[in-house]
Design a protein around this ligand. Structure first.
Ligand SMILES: *Cc1c(COP(=O)(O)O)cnc(C)c1O
Length: 427
């Protein structure tokens, strides 16, 4: 059996940890089977508890963009650790990373560091509410902004655009202030603003969506959102937890040439450590405590080990003029070659890609919102996933996720991946 030790570890984990995992998607519920327990990672590869190795296309859901355990990052963390893990006081290091990020990302003067993307998005919404004095905000179906209460909302029944809680424990009172719209449907956003005059603090969006699979904006979607927000005195929040420092140093806002008001970060900015951040121009950020009245805090925020891992990763990317070209080219090659192989096999599919983010949908039509993503053949994706896993290729364990290409994936890994796709027998 391929995953013998993982199976035993999973059995034991389930006795002590709900579902055996500390974050639900890891449990393989979507694709079925036993989650693979990893014990180490280096460069492009993961090694599991049974000593099998995999080319990794998750890369810790994005952070390991320079490859796992990069020697420069590793050494920086080791050195930092010798000076202490956490002080609960300000450090020079925090200013260094804040300076780097505010230098290279457009539209932001100041950044506040937190410990996860969830915290970043939750705090961005609080800040937008505090700044505008309004309660409601708009999010899009299929976009994920972490698991804080006001984001765990699903489409309400009928024509209502206000949401229902999609998790027990989220109150109806919370849900009523979250308004849901379809991705790529700016007209619907306009309509929601018309129906809630003077009440909407912000629109939050994944500029390139990655949490319903990779879905790209169409028909000047973000330009329209920008205009609608301006016309209604609302803030535009770009959740760049996934896209920040993946689509370029300036993230999606730079790639798409849109000026959001608040930007959320996570994933890559921690280089594999638990980090998030949210940023805006001074006029907005100065509403945060201790300067302003919008409260936000964190015992481990700006943690020196995490800051060092993040800063070193960002510097590696910044000092390498060809970095984004390289990972984008890797993704482009995979996109093109995998598409060719699947076409030869007569497997109907659509590959969505932007830069180094991509997803394969087994779908006859284009996928540009959540309903269309949900409409894809997820059973076939699951078969594909398990085939690739057995061939030593580690994809995200759900058809609603994105592949995260790292710089450690080179020709040998691409070849191995294409070889595995060639062996895929779907009939
Ligand atoms: C991962 C992700 C989050 C949540 O980040 P966590 O660190 O898991 O809390 C928020 N927004 C987007 C777009 C993400 O991809």
């Amino acid at each position: 059996m391929l995953y013998q030790r993982s199976s035993a570890l999973f059995d034991e984990a389930q006795r002590y940890i709900p579902g055996g995992v500390n974050s639900p998607v890891r449990a393989f519920k979507s694709v079925g089977g036993v989650p693979v327990f990893m014990k180490s990672a280096k460069g492009a590869y993961l090694t599991d508890a049974d000593d099998r190795t995999y080319v990794d296309y998750i890369n810790s859901w994005g952070p390991a963009i320079v490859g796992h355990t990069h020697p420069v990052v590793l050494e920086a963390i080791q050195k930092q650790a010798e000076n202490g893990f956490s002080f609960g006081t300000p450090t020079e290091l925090e200013t260094e990373i804040a300076k780097l990020i505010t230098d290279v990302v457009p539209n932001i003067d100041k950044i506040r560091m937190v410990s996860s993307g969830t915290e970043a998005c939750m705090s961005a919404i609080r800040l937008a509410r505090g700044y505008t004095g309004r309660d409601k905000f708009i999010k899009f179906e299929g976009c994920y902004h972490g698991h804080s209460d006001s984001f765990l909302i699903q489409a309400g029944s009928g024509a209502a655009t206000f949401g229902d809680p999609n998790s027990p424990g989220v109150t109806k009172g919370t849900a009523k202030d979250t308004l849901l719209a379809r991705y790529n449907d700016a007209e619907q956003v306009e309509e929601i603003f018309r129906n809630n005059p003077g009440e909407i603090a912000a629109v939050i969006v994944e500029p390139i969506a990655g949490n319903m699979g990779c879905v790209l904006p169409e028909n000047n979607f973000h330009q329209k959102l920008r205009q609608i927000c301006d016309a209604n005195g609302a803030l535009l929040i770009f959740d760049e937890v996934m896209t920040g420092f993946r689509l370029g140093m300036g993230g999606a806002q730079e790639a798409l040439q849109i000026d959001p008001d608040i930007v959320c970060f996570g994933k890559v900015i921690g280089g594999g450590m638990p980090v998030g951040g949210f940023a805006a121009r001074n006029e907005i950020m100065d509403h945060l405590s201790p300067l302003g009245r919008v409260y936000q805090a964190g015992t481990l925020s700006g943690n020196p080990l995490a800051m060092r891992a993040g800063l070193t990763t960002l510097q590696l990317i910044k000092d390498d003029a060809d970095f984004f070209n390289r990972i984008n080219q890797t993704a482009k090659t995979l996109d093109y070659e995998i598409g060719k192989i699947l076409n030869e096999k007569g497997i109907v599919h659509k590959i969505n890609r932007y830069g180094s983010m991509m997803s394969i949908f087994f779908h006859t039509n284009k996928v540009s919102n959540f309903n269309e993503s949900a409409d894809a053949n997820h059973a076939l994706f699951n078969t594909f996933f398990h085939h690739m896993l057995a061939e030593g290729i580690y994809l995200a364990p759900s058809g609603f996720e994105t592949w995260f290409i790292s710089d450690a994936i080179k020709d040998a890994e691409i070849d191995k991946t294409l070889e595995a796709v060639r062996k895929f027998n779907f009939a």
